[in-house]
Design a protein around this ligand. Structure first.
Ligand code: BGP
Length: 472
């Protein structure tokens, strides 16, 4: 890989930070996502969190307490040799209700220290401005991103960060997995549906408002520091046709476009023609500002970041076995094995996805999430032998190297997900672990929160030390 390749790790405030009632932070979406059977309906926006039973457990409120452990975590990152670290800022720690005149100084102070700690070890911060998290007050008052009011609130929040970290942070991501709003609207964008609403109308309006907010933030970022690199972020994973039946091929193209739609706008600066036709056909009318087209056109992103966990597969007849995977429904691909949570394992799919994205956009790519969620056992001597995770990471890193070396794809960096164990987004479990660093805590919220190096920690350290050359 190139000498300055950003080997790193990734987490996000919503799943690791905790400290929900400390430092003046306001209530956030993540505080009301329950553990257990109601998690999915709440995240899908079809159940109101205010109807949850009184004894509900909310795992994100403490999470793995990165709030109290960040110095220890960052020292471990330095020992790993990380060159970059992707994390997110909690919006309600900066603007507790989203609408204060002035930001919460205590919240900014926390991130000042956090970023300084990274820089002390020469670790490049990669900051996600909004990762499945926002002030709950904006959800209650405005119905979240369905309202254009959110655009102003977001841009003011983003500007505050750009001005504060002008000299310290170069890589920014405006929204984590912007396409997740279509699949888990409450978790992704605070959207809860009312009786009789057309969900598609609401989701596409929210998407439009987020796209405008992202473009305006990109504009302000470039004004504040022309050297800033602003990225969009896609929950990626190419959709394969189940067979060479043209109907399957066509279906896979349509499914890919549902996700590409966002990136098409953020990279090319306009709604693609297939999206315009789709909206028309579905009878969706978007409320747009007079300047919206120009805002999108003039403020495209500098790079594309992506998460990749698995590929997907589709058959036009909708028959056959279904498969798990990162949120999206998929047909079972008979050529692939699956993780303990039923997500297909497909390293070649990463190479295919990187090539597809690079062919389509010719923009630098940044893999900001990848990894295997698995149960880990702590041995009697305290060691954690997670060979299965090493196998997963090795095969995916190899596929990435092939995409770069053999196919000419431009990749800025690789930050595996949950480098310190954290709460799973979809299930709220602790036992679905991704980390190189183990955190002692169970699904019910009990544990010492002690950190411990896994076998994969030593393995990844060696990969970074050799700049990936030892995997050839
Ligand atoms: C992505 C999210 C992450 C993360 C990851 C793994 O969609 O950006 O926040 O959680 O998926 O998913 P899960 O935690 O459900 O295993």
């Amino acid at each position: 890989m190139q000498k300055d390749f950003l080997w790193g790790g990734a987490t996000a405030a919503n799943q690791s930070e905790g400290g929900f009632d400390r430092g003046g932070r306001g209530p956030a979406i993540v505080d009301v996502l329950p553990h257990g059977e109601y998690r999915m309906p709440v995240m899908e926006g079809v159940m109101d969190y205010r109807d949850l039973p009184a004894d509900t457990f909310y795992p994100g409120r403490e999470a793995v307490d990165a709030f109290g452990h960040y110095k220890e975590d960052i020292a471990l990152f330095a020992e790993l040799g990380l060159r970059s670290y992707r994390f997110s800022i909690s919006w309600s720690r900066i603007f507790p209700t989203g609408e204060e005149e002035e930001p919460n100084e205590a919240g900014l102070h926390y991130y000042d220290n956090y970023i300084d700690e990274l820089l002390k070890y020469g670790i490049e911060p990669v900051v996600t401005i909004c990762h499945f998290d926002m002030p709950l007050a904006l959800v209650e008052k405005y119905g979240s991103w369905r309202s254009r009011k959110l655009i102003d609130c977001y841009v003011r929040y983003a500007e505050t960060l750009f001005a504060r970290y002008k000299e310290k942070v170069r890589y920014w991501i405006t929204f984590n997995e912007i396409n997740m709003l279509m699949h888990l609207p409450f978790m992704g964008a605070g959207i809860r549906f009312e009786e009789g609403e057309n969900p598609l109308q609401v989701k596409y309006q929210a998407a439009h408002n987020e796209l405008i907010a992202s473009a305006l933030a990109t504009k302000r970022a470039h004004e504040i520091n022309p050297g800033f690199q602003i990225g969009c972020m896609l929950a990626a994973g190419s959709v394969y046709p189940y067979s060479c039946n043209p109907l399957d091929v066509w279906e896979s193209m349509k499914k890919d476009r549902e996700n590409y739609f966002f990136i098409d706008v953020q990279v090319r600066g306009e709604y693609p023609s297939y999206a315009k036709k789709f909206l028309e056909k579905e009878g969706i009318h978007l409320e747009m500002g007079a300047d919206d087209a120009a805002i999108l056109r003039e403020n495209t992103v500098d790079y594309i970041s992506l998460s990749y966990y698995n590929s997907r597969c589709v058959r036009a007849d909708g028959q056959g076995e279904a498969s798990g995977g990162n949120v999206f429904a998929s047909a079972k691909n008979p050529y692939l094995t699956c993780s303990q949570w039923g997500w297909p394992i497909d390293p070649m799919g990463l190479r295919i996805t990187l090539n597809a994205l690079y062919d389509r956009y010719q923009k630098p790519l940044f893999i900001v999430e990848n990894g295997l969620g698995a149960v880990d056992e702590v041995e009697a001597d305290g060691s954690i032998n997670d060979d299965y995770r090493i196998d997963y990471l090795r095969s995916h890193i190899r596929a990435m190297i092939e995409a770069v070396d053999e196919d000419g794809v431009e990749v800025l960096g690789y930050t595996p997900w949950g480098c310190v164990d954290l709460i799973s987004a979809t299930t709220g479990e602790m036992s679905k672990r991704y980390g190189l660093i183990y955190v002692e805590k169970d699904d019910a919220g009990h544990g010492t929160l002690d950190r411990r190096r896994k076998q994969s920690f030593y393995w990844y350290k060696d990969v970074i030390a050799h700049n990936g050359e030892n995997l050839r």
